[in-house]
Design a protein around this ligand. Structure first.
Ligand code: SF4
Length: 242
């Protein structure tokens, strides 16, 4: 097997049913993210660095693992970190995988921070999960990066322009977002043609921190039937993921 990609992998989940719709997938977490979200559970993936010989070995190991599981898996998902930072490496990685698994689908989880790189990747990707983290006015409170909402919405517009199969998802962080904020996002994305939306449960970075919000605050987005009804009126294909 030819191994061409210089991809820098930060982690792997070998089997999952929840990261690509209706498919058994492996998730490859890629190194490097320019944002600093307050609820990030993967801070070890922040750092950007150059590939090493160890990265090459890691990729060879993952390829051999995927090759053994071509009958069990249907898809490979690139996640992060911010996967699109390694767009060219992903394209090469997909070519590496297709040598032994031409039937695999390819998914991408992205925060949308590199619209140009995303556009380059789209022809190779079958399904995308795009974070829209907040209404524009609150975006930087979550990402800690100026201009992040513009980047994310540019990426969303690309997915619509190319008619891709995708889901928009928002992590319902009760320390920043209210139900009205989430309704504002739903209204905004519904207007431009988004068909699939997921609200994801906030998970505190440090479970034992006494300052974490109580579970009633975390769960308020999933237990309020009136709120859910309003969301479904805007986007019928809604998933409450908790
Ligand atoms: S975009 Fe994702 S990986 Fe990057 S800081 Fe935010 S939560 Fe973490």
């Amino acid at each position: 097997m030819d191994v061409n990609s210089n991809i820098i992998v930060g982690g792997l989940v070998p089997f999952t049913t929840i990261d690509y719709p209706s498919k058994m997938s492996a998730v490859i977490f890629l190194q490097g993210c320019p944002w600093r979200c307050i609820y990030c559970s993967n801070p070890h993936l922040f750092e950007f660095r150059r590939p090493t010989q160890q990265d090459k070995s890691n990729w060879q190991y993952i390829l051999s693992l995927l090759q053994k599981r071509t009958k069990i898996l249907d898809a490979v998902v690139f996640s992060g970190g911010e996967a699109t930072a390694q767009a060219q490496e992903i394209i090469e990685a997909i070519k590496d995988i297709k040598q032994f698994a031409p039937h695999f689908k390819f998914g991408l989880h992205t925060n949308g921070c590199f619209p140009d790189k995303l556009e380059m990747l789209l022809p190779y990707i079958d399904w995308i999960g795009l974070d829209i983290k907040a209404p524009c006015k609150k975006y930087e409170q979550i990402t800690k990066v100026k201009g992040s909402s513009e980047q994310a919405f540019s990426s969303l517009n690309l997915l619509l322009k190319y008619n891709k199969d995708f889901e928009v998802r928002t992590t319902a962080d009760p320390t920043i977002l209210t139900k009205d904020d989430i309704l504002e996002i739903a209204e905004q994305i519904s207007k431009i043609g988004v068909k699939t939306y997921a609200i994801q449960k906030y998970r505190p970075v440090d479970k034992n921190n006494p300052n974490n919000p109580p579970s009633t605050e975390i769960m308020q987005f999933f237990t309020d039937k009136e709120f859910e009804k309003k969301l479904r009126e805007l986007i019928p294909n809604l998933t409450l993921r908790f």
